[in-house]
Write a protein that binds this ligand. Structure first.
Ligand code: HEM
Length: 93
């Protein structure tokens, strides 16, 4: 399936591209987080620090620590995805 920006649903190609951009940003540290999240918590990663504004981010603060989007991403990185938070975070206000 192709990329389909603005289309009705996310295609497999788009899921794969999203996954690759997340894991490709800091591959070594992402491996440490996924393999041992207790000693390498998700907030050591830019993908968590930037939207929390713990690190300079041109897009500003997108996540508040513990909100649904933050819980979705950090739980996924820790190997126990909080699907309820993910489903709530997906809702457009
Ligand atoms: C309205 C939403 C957002 C806007 C407009 C936005 C905008 C930007 C911009 C302009 C940059 C490049 C400059 C900089 O690093 O400050 C950036 C970098 C980045 N943003 Fe965002 N952002 C948004 C949401 C998010 C979210 C939800 C996440 C994570 C879940 C995120 C993670 C990152 C990361 C990891 C980088 C660094 C990328 C790299 O170094 O290659 N951003 N963002």
């Amino acid at each position: 399936m192709q990329n389909s920006p603005g289309g009705p649903g996310t295609t497999e190609t788009e899921f794969t591209a999203n996954f690759q951009s997340v894991v490709g940003l800091e591959p070594e540290q992402t491996s440490r987080v996924v393999n041992d999240p207790t000693n390498n918590p998700p907030q050591t990663l830019l993908i968590v620090k930037k939207p929390r504004a713990m690190e300079r981010h041109k897009g500003g603060q997108i996540f508040i620590i513990g909100d649904d989007a933050d819980r979705c991403l950090t739980s996924w990185l820790s190997g126990a995805t909080d699907t309820a938070s993910c489903m709530t975070a997906l809702q457009v206000p």
